[in-house]
Design a protein around this ligand. Structure first.
Ligand code: PA5
Length: 476
């Protein structure tokens, strides 16, 4: 057991021809160089050669950059300002509505579901450590969902803050809510329409002056949301750097501001990402989780036609991480009639729905397990019962994690017996550091695979098609 993320892939590698693996190993070195060239070009800020455009490679060095600035400038650094604004926001509201879509919300949702209490929003404020409830909108155009949230926000139900050393008036924040609106372009219709609706509700409820303090925009340096924010005079507006693409933006204010509002350790998150960068840049194939992961995916796709990449998350808390990855892989590599198809499953839940197909269906899938070795909370044992008609006394004393471990091991063995390849991403525990490693590993793997197969992983020209048609229809 180590303290770092581990990628175990022996079961999958056995199915890749040895010569092919060696070829992949050498091409991956060149693909890594290309990724680093992208970073250098992005950083230099000069003209990007036409064949490489667009490049949004700024994500790669962002963790180190933010951490270094924070070390040098403290509260005046971007990270420092994010933390201060988050603290202020936390003290002002008990419910936060995060408006955003795609890369502008999936990372925050993944962090929320993975690291906060599984029933965070149901808990009284004291049990949430004084952090607000979090709701997501602007990620769809769903009248009933928007209406439902507006109705909820109109109710007042927060409990008093009961923390030692604090003398809050009971219910001080009852019914107080705010919005963080996140859009790099500032023009995405789903988010923009939701912002208008929720801003209107906020101003109606609290008045224009007060509502101003309850909105925190995160947006690009230019665009409609930036203009609107400047005109409204919101006290905090956080930038999304030009050279960081939406689905690569989890370590900008897009992910960091909501994470800080939720009281998560954003420094540890960035440290985990920086640690993965180090391994990516320095380690040879065989010890480099990023390059090994790409080699396995490519090797099996090219040797055996396994073009479906199943990310099997174990336990419910990682499902949103899987959805974040679905977007990352699909939007980055799903171009020029190429690119693997990502699918997220949650086990053991989905062993009872998709498991049959994974065991005996078409041989087109590589299954990558995402497994956490230790639960965040005390393991729950199966109690002994006087009435053993359910036959479970034989398991008494075993814990829920023991059952999950048996299911994980058993499923891998069953797949192996049927020559169904699996690989495992193992997190020693689920916390900010290991998630930082994981997000960075998957982003690096995606861009490296893109460069390996000659697909520009940045940009998403295909997404524009529906937007244009939708705009035409709305114009009439
Ligand atoms: O990866 C991307 O760039 C996209 O998925 C965007 O994040 C998404 O379309 C939302 O865009 P915006 O942040 O401009 O509202």
């Amino acid at each position: 057991m180590t303290d770092r993320l581990e990628y175990r892939y022996d079961a999958a590698r056995r199915l890749i021809e040895r010569r092919h693996w060696e070829m992949l190993a050498s091409s991956l070195m060149s693909a890594r160089d290309e990724v680093l060239t992208d970073v250098a070009l992005s950083h230099a800020g000069g003209t990007i050669p036409v064949e490489r455009r667009p490049i949004d490679a700024g994500f790669l060095r962002l963790p180190e950059k933010l951490l270094a600035e924070h070390d040098q400038e403290g509260d005046a650094s971007l990270l420092g300002r994010i933390r201060i604004a988050a603290e202020e926001f936390r003290e002002r509201v008990d419910r936060v509505v995060l408006l955003g879509i795609g890369g502008s919300y999936m990372g925050a949702r993944a962090l929320f579901e993975a690291l906060c209490h599984p029933l965070h929003n149901e808990l009284p404020r004291a049990a949430r450590d004084g952090t607000p409830r979090l709701y997501f909108q602007g990620d769809n155009v769903d009248n009933d969902a928007i209406r439902g949230l507006l109705e909820l926000l109109a109710t007042e139900y927060d409990a008093p803050i009961e923390r030692p050393g604090r003398s809050e008036r009971p219910g001080r924040l009852a019914g107080r809510w705010g919005v963080t609106v996140i859009s790099k372009s500032g023009g995405t219709l789903e988010t923009a329409a939701a912002f208008r609706i929720f801003r209107d509700a906020l101003e109606t409820r609290f008045g224009i002056e007060e509502a101003r303090k309850l909105v925190v925009p995160v947006t690009g340096e230019t665009g409609r949301l930036r203009d609107l924010a400047n005109a409204a005079g919101y006290p905090h507006v956080f930038p999304i750097p030009d050279d960081v693409g939406g689905r690569f933006s989890i370590f900008t204010a897009v992910g960091l501001f909501p994470a800080a509002v939720l009281g998560l350790d954003v420094v540890a998150l960035l440290e985990g990402a920086a640690a993965m960068n180090e391994r990516f840049v320095a380690a040879a194939i065989g010890e480099n989780p990023v390059l090994d992961y790409v080699a396995v995916g490519r090797g099996l796709e090219e040797d055996h036609g396994l073009h479906i990449r199943v990310l099997a998350t174990w336990g419910a808390r990682l499902e949103a991480v899987g959805l974040w990855y679905d977007q990352l892989l699909a939007e980055s590599l799903g171009k020029e009639e190429q690119g693997p198809t990502p699918i997220t499953v949650v086990n053991t839940r989905d062993l009872h729905s998709r498991g049959q197909q994974h065991q005996e269906g078409a041989r087109d899938k590589l299954i990558t397990n995402l497994y956490v070795e230790r639960p965040a909370t005390e393991p729950i044992p199966i109690p002994t019962a006087a009435d053993d008609r359910d036959g479970l006394n034989r398991l008494a004393g075993k814990t829920v994690p023991d059952l999950l471990a048996a299911a994980f091991e058993g499923t891998n063995r069953a797949y192996a017996e049927a020559d169904r390849p699996t690989a495992d991403i193992i997190l020693p525990r689920l916390d900010e550091f290991t998630l930082g490693e994981l997000f960075q590993m998957l982003m690096l793997a995606t861009v490296t695979e893109g460069r390996l197969i000659g697909i520009n992983p940045y940009g998403q020209p295909g997404v524009e098609a529906y937007k244009r048609k939708m705009a035409e229809i709305l114009k009439g």
